[in-house]
Structure formats: structure tokens, C-alpha cells
Design a protein around this ligand. Structure first.
Ligand code: AMP
Length: 116
């Protein structure tokens, strides 16, 4: 059984957070340490620790995450200029919180995808 992270408490609204979106499958809220003018995290309500743990039964949830990202990008006013969606996985991917989450980043030119 995977260990819960702070994101489970946010999803259950046990700690104060400005929720931007929540339905039966996913929750979205602002990143506490924004790396862009708009930096939102979209997370599944169920605990999936890493993208390596995704199974076919999660397809609906993963699809919902993208649909919600698009909706929030429109609401943030960043859809036309563009934005970036990122999943980090494990150590080399720079994952810090082991409850999968999609980063939605935008509001300025984000530059090259990777600093090399
Ligand atoms: P990652 O490196 O992909 O695991 O990203 C984890 C993200 O979660 C980071 O961008 C953190 O700033 C963000 N984060 C950690 N704790 C919180 C929190 N309590 N509320 C909102 N965002 C958080």
C-alpha cells in the first residue's frame, strides 16, 4: 500500500488550499512554489504514486486530467499563447511528491524544454 502524501490531504480538503477544480476523478490547485505565472497541479483523487504505476483502469482518470488542464488553461487566459504539461517520474525525472500530478505551466515563454 503506497504511503499518502500531502496531496491526499489537499484532495480531502483537510488543509486550506484554493481548489481550482474538483470532480469525482481529479483535483486541481495552484503549486505552492510557482515556476511560472500560472503553475497549477492536476492530480487524480486516488493515490497513484508514479507514472510507472499507471494501469489501463486509470485511463479515464488520466484523460480527465488532460481535459481539466485544457479547461484551466482557458480560464487562466493562457490557452492561445500556449503552455506546457509535465509529469515527472522518479528520481531522474525530478519527482518530489509520490502522488502523480500533471504540472500546467504558462503565462510567459517557457523557453527550451530542457536545460542542457
Ligand atoms: P514534482 O517535482 O513533479 O514531484 O512536483 C511536486 C510539486 O508539488 C512541486 O512543484 C511543489 O512546489 C509542489 N507542492 C508541494 N507541496 C505542495 C502543497 N502543499 N501545495 C501545493 N503544491 C505543493
Amino acid at each position: 500500500m503506497a504511503e499518502e502524501t500531502i496531496f491526499s490531504k489537499i484532495i480531502r480538503q483537510e488543509i486550506p488550499t484554493e481548489l481550482l477544480y474538483q470532480d469525482e476523478l481529479v483535483t486541481a490547485f495552484r503549486d505552492i512554489s510557482p515556476r511560472a505565472p500560472s503553475h497549477i497541479l492536476i492530480v487524480p483523487n486516488i493515490l497513484i504514486p508514479t507514472i510507472n504505476d499507471v494501469e489501463s483502469e486509470h485511463e479515464l482518470t488520466l484523460g480527465r486530467m488532460v481535459v481539466v488542464a485544457k479547461k484551466l488553461a482557458v480560464e487562466e487566459g493562457i490557452a492561445d499563447d500556449g503552455y506546457r504539461l509535465i509529469f515527472n517520474c522518479n528520481q531522474h525525472g525530478g519527482q518530489e511528491v509520490y502522488h502523480i500530478h500533471m504540472h500546467l505551466l504558462g503565462g510567459k515563454p517557457l523557453g527550451p524544454m530542457l536545460a542542457v
